[in-house]
Design a protein around this ligand. Structure first.
Ligand SMILES: [Zn+2]
Length: 492
């Protein structure tokens, strides 16, 4: 009897078919129990070295040992040791997309969407910022563990990355590197000086002189000699950087560049291979072209191996809804930033708050010729709520009611413009009308930004509602993410 047969006999009808795999002389699979909970199943000849790493209930079946273990961090780690394709790896310049998953249940649906568009886009299933981990009471280990078992469940065998998003401190890097993340998004936003926008020439000059030039391994005068009054040749345009532009860029981003370099060098002491992204997308004002050039050029001079960069583009990228702004202006803006990325990298342009930006995808794919990274997160939570709106209208009404109560507080850290008076009271809607809230601008945003409150109050109910409707959630995610990924697949 093969090990796979041993496993199937031990758990008749209870293993996800796509999850079952033999590797290194052992068989693995993911079990679904009648109550909707999952367990890891492993079978190997008694005494096989791989068995030692797994925890769980052990049973002798003939010459084999079968283990049924929890879907926990220790078993996820052991699984990544035994099945190396589940180990996050650097993805380099491959066209890629990240799918943040706040509930930890979305990976099977995400995987279906990546497959449905042809499997050519590099996938990041684990992606969460430290801020969101705190809000959802998850650790880097939890996030990676959920993605690992989700990928096993889906039978995913292609390379995967794991994005430790919006990292701000060396301690953030340590936690995520130790957990096994491969893609590190450094957010130096706290070190961006937005006040530079308003400074007069004298104040700007004084602030520029006072920057920590030693940590940038240069001097104020050398910096100005590099950029002030220089015309930069890109492949499709020239960009003049005036002395005032150079001084303002130094004051606005000088400390941010120093912070990124310090973070990158810290990361390099932890990992030999990694993807490095730099995100300045959460600044007050759009990133000017000259500023992007100076940031990229300085990072290159200081040896930071940037594989992806997120400028703040023109217009508004609000959570959960399509782009708000002039698409022609955005097209030109993307073309210009993509030319900088080619000249100073090449590196990918990264589209943050990328959920539901259907009108933007063709533009960024064309501008970058596919050298792009898409980040999505909250939209997978909204798709979970859609399943609940259909299947458990009572619970969904409570979630909408809570969103209305919490919106004014929870919205504060987000750039959104939903108005509460346009979110109908859930008691006023029939059951049939509830799912429509997930297609309405104001309700989408209100539900999107109150996810932390909803999980704190209804987390158990939400998780069990989804566990009971696993196929509906995966099918909904597939349909929704095919719309996100298809434009990128055509370039990949
Ligand atoms: Zn971002």
């Amino acid at each position: 009897m093969t090990l796979t047969q041993t496993l199937l006999n031990r758990f008749p009808g209870g293993l996800y078919p796509a999850s079952v795999v033999e590797a290194g002389g052992a068989a693995y699979g993911l079990r679904r129990r009648h109550d909707g909970s999952r367990a890891l199943a492993v079978a190997a000849p008694a005494g096989h070295p791989a068995l030692a790493a797994f925890q769980g209930e052990r049973q002798a079946v003939g010459d084999a040992t079968v283990i049924e273990g929890a879907v926990d961090t220790a078993n996820a780690r052991a699984l990544r040791e035994s099945l190396p394709w589940l180990r996050p790896v650097p993805l380099g310049l491959a066209t890629s997309a990240g799918c943040g998953d706040r509930l930890g249940l979305a990976t099977p649906g995400h995987a279906r969407a990546f497959r449905a568009v042809g499997g050519r886009i590099a996938a990041i299933f684990a992606q969460q910022s430290i801020r969101e981990m705190v809000r959802t009471n998850r650790s880097p280990d939890n996030v990676l563990t959920d993605a690992t078992f989700g990928a096993l469940q889906a039978g995913w065998r292609e390379p995967i990355g794991a994005d430790a998003d919006h990292l701000k401190t060396p301690a953030d890097i340590d936690a995520c590197a130790a957990a096994g993340f491969s893609f590190f998004t450094i957010d130096p936003g706290a070190h961006v000086n937005d006040a530079a926008e308003e400074m007069q020439a004298g104040a700007l000059e004084a602030a520029a002189v006072a920057l920590p030039w030693a940590s940038l391994e240069t001097s104020h005068s050398d910096f100005m000699a590099r950029y002030a009054g220089k015309t930069i040749d890109l492949d499709d345009r020239q960009v003049l950087i005036t002395p005032a532009d150079a001084a303002r860029a130094a004051v606005k981003y000088g400390r941010a560049v120093a912070h990124v370099v310090a973070m990158q060098r810290h990361l390099a002491t932890r990992l030999k291979a990694y993807d490095l992204e730099v995100s300045v997308d959460e600044t007050e004002s759009p990133t000017r072209l000259g500023e992007h050039i100076i940031i990229a050029s300085e990072l290159k001079r200081l040896g930071a191996p940037v594989v992806s960069l997120a400028p703040r583009f023109v217009g508004r990228f609000e959570k959960g809804v399509d782009y708000i702004g002039d698409l022609d202006a955005l097209r030109e803006n993307l073309n210009a930033h993509a030319a900088v990325a080619r000249a100073f990298g090449p590196y990918k342009l990264s589209l943050h708050s990328g959920s539901d930006k259907f009108s933007v995808y063709p533009l960024i794919v064309a501008a970058t010729r596919g050298v792009a990274h898409l980040k999505t997160a909250g939209t997978s939570y909204l798709e979970a709520l859609r399943v609940i709106a259909v299947g458990e209208p009572g619970l969904f009404r409570e979630i909408v009611g809570l969103a209305r109560a919490r919106y004014d507080t929870d919205k504060l850290t987000y750039h959104i413009s939903a108005r509460l008076e346009r979110v109908p009271a859930p008691e006023a809607l029939s059951d049939d009308e509830l799912p429509g809230l997930l297609d309405a601008f104001d309700a989408r945003q209100a539900l999107h930004v109150t996810f932390g409150s909803a999980l704190a109050r209804f987390g158990v109910e939400i998780m069990s509602a989804l566990a009971a409707r696993e196929e509906a959630y995966a099918a909904g995610l597939e349909r929704h993410f095919v719309r996100h990924l298809a434009p990128f697949a055509r370039a990949a």
